[in-house]
Design a protein. Structure first.
Length: 467
């Protein structure tokens, strides 16, 4: 083993002596640091958030009232005047009650206040008006209990709020808001949506949302980083828990979790090393000096492969550390105890935010390792490092797109058996694949088969090759 490690050490020395390798490491550091800077820049450019928060938290509806008067819309005038007189802003818990009693067209059919109001035989205006004017949130939730008596999910949320004396927010943008309110709101929304779901798949999805919310409440998880990356926050299905009144906060965790996207860039860099580590020996004529060494060709090949893969993981760990430190620098060190909590098919996963992001780095690294192995195999059978690097980069950049085109445009299902359709374990784990029925087990099997083929090709190309 010591002799083999000596071969690996020699490979590291050769690689680190190259200016290109040192430049690659510097580039990784710059990209990792710069990524957090770009996320910070987006928060500076997006200055509208504060204006939106101020508008939603305001009790002044003078402009809306004047506009409604100009349009001679008496119902809207009454509605906005009522909100202003009772100091009900857009984030206030009383808004849903006012919506239903004054302007039903504005109320949501999925809103508990609208559902319960529709089931009430008496004067709903008088009832809800009393809750609003007396700030009687407990009376309101007791009323909801009487109308949702057969729905255990909604009753659980109401009882939790009443038992723990968690008053709904008067202003969800205030600094002293209780995080449990937003979680209870999410739970209730999922419970009501489950009532209206028409398929078992949708019901399971809402059940999962409720289990996530319940776990957070029962384990006092105030910050959940699930869906907090920039990509998730900008997507239509983003599940960011880092929010206040519907406006997502860009924080340390937003920046840090988004840094996992830089792993694909590291993949391109490691392909450059993998594609040249053998081919350059032949093109430069140094292979003869290497083979003078009493070590077998097989051990020399393995030492080169270990060097390539280990350098790739060193780059990813470097990126992880620098991204974490730069996120600290740009966004501060609040909420360091944040967790990742997510439920899938009834099973809840809860881990430290730092561990979860590291897991994402490692899952993303699978595609990097596969493509680096492909470039390594090409490097062993051709003399041109440029050709090996070019094919590796082309495969990594275009392979997945090619499979998607074949599936979407020509409905070619055979693409599910290619390495490009199975290397992204993150999307497969979340069930977001273009091929139905794809599983982690199937993906791992396809990866293993391709890796064996690539390594056998590299072995045959190097060991049996004439010098």
């Amino acid at each position: 083993m010591s002799k083999f490690m000596g071969l690996v050490k020699n490979e590291y020395i050769k690689q680190l002596k190259k200016k290109s390798t040192l430049f690659i490491f510097i580039l990784v550091a710059v990209v990792a640091f710069g990524f957090s800077g770009l996320v910070k820049l987006t928060t500076i450019i997006d200055a509208d958030v504060d204006e939106i928060k101020e508008r939603f938290a305001s009790y002044d509806y003078s402009e809306q009232i004047e506009s409604a008067k100009d349009d001679k819309n008496d119902e809207l005038v009454k509605f906005y005047t009522y909100l202003q007189d009772n100091k009900i802003n857009q984030t206030n818990w009383k808004m849903s009650l006012a919506d239903y009693i004054l302007y039903p067209e504005f109320s949501q059919l999925s809103d508990p206040a609208a559902i319960a109001g529709a089931l009430y035989d008496g004067d709903i205006y008088e009832l809800y008006d009393g809750f609003i004017k007396n700030n009687d949130w407990k009376g309101y939730y007791e009323f909801l209990k009487s109308k949702f008596g057969d729905n255990e999910d909604i009753l659980w949320a109401i009882d939790y709020r009443l038992d723990n004396d968690i008053a709904p927010e008067e202003d969800s943008f205030a600094d002293d808001t209780d995080w449990r309110n937003s979680v209870l709101d999410r739970y209730t929304e999922a419970a009501v949506s489950k009532m209206r779901a028409t398929s078992d798949k949708l019901k399971q999805s809402f059940d999962d949302d409720m289990l996530t919310a319940k776990y957070r409440l029962e384990h006092n998880v105030s910050v959940n980083i699930a869906g907090s990356s920039m990509t998730d926050m900008m997507s239509a299905q983003g599940g960011a828990e880092y929010e206040s009144g519907g406006i997502d906060k860009v924080t340390f965790w937003t920046s840090f979790s988004s840094s996992t996207s830089s792993v694909s860039f590291i993949g391109l860099l490691i392909i450059i090393i993998a594609g040249g580590i053998i081919a350059s020996e032949f093109s430069n004529g140094t292979i003869k000096f290497l083979l003078i060494n009493p070590r077998t060709r097989g051990k020399i090949l393995i030492s080169k492969y270990v060097t390539v893969i280990s350098i790739g993981y060193i780059m990813m760990i470097l990126c992880y550390i620098i991204s974490m430190l730069s996120s600290f620098l740009f966004f501060g060190v609040s909420d360091m105890g944040a967790m990742y909590v997510q439920t899938s098919a009834g099973t809840t996963k809860a881990v430290s935010g730092f561990i979860y992001i590291f897991e994402q780095y490692m899952l993303s690294s699978v595609y990097v390792v596969v493509m680096a192995t492909f470039a390594f195999a090409i490097s062993s059978v051709v003399k041109s490092a440029s050709l090996a690097i070019g094919l590796g980069i082309f495969a990594m950049s275009m392979g997945e797109n090619a499979v998607q085109i074949l599936k979407m445009a020509f409905n070619v299902d055979a693409g599910r058996y290619t390495i490009f359709a199975n290397s992204n374990l993150q999307t497969i784990a979340m069930g977001q694949t273009i091929f139905p029925g794809q599983t982690i087990g199937f993906a791992v099997a396809v990866i293993v088969i391709h890796m064996v083929v690539f390594l056998l090709t590299a072995w045959d190309g190097f060991v049996r090759r004439d010098v």
